[in-house]
Design a protein around this ligand. Sequence first.
Ligand code: RTP
Ligand code: MG
Length: 140
Amino acid sequence: MAIERTFSIIKPDATERNLTGKIIDKFESNGLRVVASKRVKLTRDQAEGFYAVHKERPFFGELVEMMLSGPVVLQVLEGENAIAKNREIMGATNPANAEAGTIRKEFAKSMGENSVHGSDAPETAAQEIKYFFKDEEIVG
Ligand code: RTP
Ligand code: MG
């Protein structure tokens, strides 16, 4: 299995409830390594650009406002099959459908406030990592 990198965001609903450590523990105890990390307040331009693929969706406005509502933790996670593994650790987008033990089952409040983002494919992972991190900020 190939070593991959994926991009993760701990969203404002989770930083607000002081869940950063509990969420990182889920990544680390499931074989992913944090190789880059920063806590920031996104700008509107950054949030709208990041979610540009969802621009025409009815929830776009709400999604951007939620991402601007507090600090986020941006991370690059590395490990075997990291992209799919992170999606497994996160659980389904809607916490009502998420499996036991997943981040969203344990911590998410709703579909909108679902605690984490994770890249969904190798192309988006590469693009999202580059959107927020310089090469020298990633230490494997
Ligand atoms: P993410 O991109 O955040 O990792 O989540 P995802 O792939 O599971 O979900 P996606 O379809 O990419 O949607 C991005 C985020 O938009 C919010 N959302 N709200 N109210 C709604 O119907 C709705 N649908 C999606 C969620 O916060 C989701 O994570
Ligand atoms: Mg997505």
